[in-house]
Design a protein around this ligand. Structure first.
Ligand code: FAD
Length: 419
């Protein structure tokens, strides 16, 4: 096997895996798994830590044939797990269907997003993993299993966010709904006083709301309001609260506005509005590192106030912070499991040492608010802290041992987490 130097999308992780295998059928996935003592499934490489790395080989299911089978009666779609959200969203929209929500970047693979509890925004929108009603997984034994709500022992909720530990997912069934239209409007510079006093009202006033801030005096320097055309008119007047409407497209970070999905209140399909970034635009190759913490929504205002004094720490490093809402989830390891959540996200410049220091400071500040780190982004939290944050982690570790007794899917990330 030829050794290759490969990195994640952001370039901050050089994979230690000796090879990347790309089977083209489920049978081939089964043979690869059965014949490989140590392997980790790799999605679209968008995680910022070593969750998808291994000292064995990586396996991608992106080479499996694309599948997009809508079952209108059951309101589900079966998709190949390696497909991107962009491909699934475009295919669904063309057939008149929709997913409830999408992450900011449509280039991410379905399996990878589901495995880490990836989410968009919206007080009534849980993580993408919540939409999973069934999944096909190749076990460590090489056998194929189908897991759904009828599988005993709460197995679906264990598998929804599985960090690659329970097998290689080859197909996923997702809940769908009839297509809908969304219009994005952006306001600039909502003052801190208004953010803190009216936080719940602002984030609840549309289907999906994101606040972008640098924690400096500008407050929420961008408020993205994504309103379904079939939902009631806004009740919060952001201009009356001190913001001003954007007079053209804006990018939440520093990149070209050509890459953002349409704003300006122009209605369009959910598939082209819910992500922040266009699927047709290739985003830069990274040069950033992300961290994110989900906290109970009831702590959001206090947490934002506590983070504000870190402005000088953030100033040289932070490209943008995003505040989103995520509805409670039932997946054991979803960062939003069991609680209505607010996500505090940070996009930093790609300076690993400085980011590690900033993340440690953030975790100190957020400690009183019971933060759960995003599994696919950088964090400093130790194993003990993660076990406190995730009450089902021991159950998950036991299940992983049962299903993978020789540790075929166990990489350094999982070995640390699941002793
Ligand atoms: C620019 C950018 C924007 C982002 N925006 C968001 C956002 O809006 N919301 C959010 O929550 N996160 C966001 N993320 C984080 C990202 O969604 C997660 O890191 C996600 O896990 C990446 O998916 P991936 O396909 O790249 O998986 P990878 O990073 O390749 O792998 C992640 C995990 O998935 C597992 N996995 C992958 N494929 C399979 C499979 N077939 N079977 C079993 N396990 C598998 C891997 O083993 C690993 O555990 C963003 C990341 C980037 C780079």
């Amino acid at each position: 096997m030829a050794a290759t130097t490969r990195t994640n999308w952001a370039g901050n992780v050089t994979y230690g895996a000796s090879d990347l295998l790309s089977p083209t059928s489920v049978d081939e996935v089964r043979r690869v798994v059965a014949a490989t003592p140590r392997l980790t499934a790799l999605g679209s490489t968008h995680s910022f830590n070593r969750i998808a790395d291994t000292d064995g080989v990586q396996v991608t299911v992106a080479g499996l044939p694309p599948v997009l089978d809508v079952d209108a009666d059951r309101r589900v779609v079966r998709v190949a797990a390696g497909m991107t959200h962009a491909a699934v969203a475009a295919g669904l929209e063309a057939r008149g269907w929709a997913l409830a929500n999408l992450a900011s970047l449509p280039h991410i693979s379905v399996a990878g997003a589901v495995a880490t509890g990836t989410h968009g925004s919206g007080v009534r929108n849980p993580s993408l993993a919540h939409a999973v009603v069934g999944l096909e997984v190749v076990r460590a034994s090489g056998d194929v299993a189908w897991v759904d709500a009828s599988t005993p022992d709460d197995a679906l909720d264990a598998h929804r966010v599985a960090l690659g530990a329970l097998g290689v997912v080859t197909a996923v069934e997702l809940a769908i709904e009839p297509t809908f239209q969304v219009a994005t409007t952006v306001h600039l510079d909502l003052p801190w006083d208004a953010v803190l006093e009216h936080f719940d009202a602002v984030v609840s006033d549309a289907y999906s709301v994101s606040l972008f801030t640098s924690f400096d005096d500008r407050g929420a320097r961008q408020v993205w309001t994504k309103r379904r055309t079939d939902e009631p008119a806004p009740t919060v007047d952001l201009v009356a609260l001190g913001a001003r409407p954007a007079d053209g497209p804006v990018h939440p970070g520093e990149n070209d506005t050509a890459g953002v999905t349409e704003q300006g209140g122009v209605p369009g399909p959910w598939s082209e509005r819910l992500p922040h970034f266009r699927s047709t635009f290739t985003p830069s190759t990274g040069a950033e590192i992300q961290a994110e913490y989900l906290i109970p929504a009831s702590h959001a205002v206090a947490a934002l106030e506590a983070l504000r004094p870190l402005d000088p720490v953030f100033a040289p490093l932070l490209i943008a912070a995003e505040v989103r809402t995520i509805a409670a989830d039932t997946a054991w390891l979803a960062p939003s499991s069991g609680r209505q959540s607010v996500g505090l996200h940070f996009t930093f410049r790609r300076d690993a040492e400085a980011v590690a220091a900033a993340v440690a400071r953030i975790e100190d500040v957020l400690a009183p608010f019971d933060p759960r780190p995003h599994w696919g982004k950088v964090f400093a939290a130790g194993v003990e802290r993660l076990h406190e944050a995730y009450p089902r982690l021991d159950d998950f570790a036991a299940l992983a041992r049962d299903l993978d007794p020789t540790g075929r899917f166990r990489n350094a990330y999982l070995a640390r987490l699941l002793p």
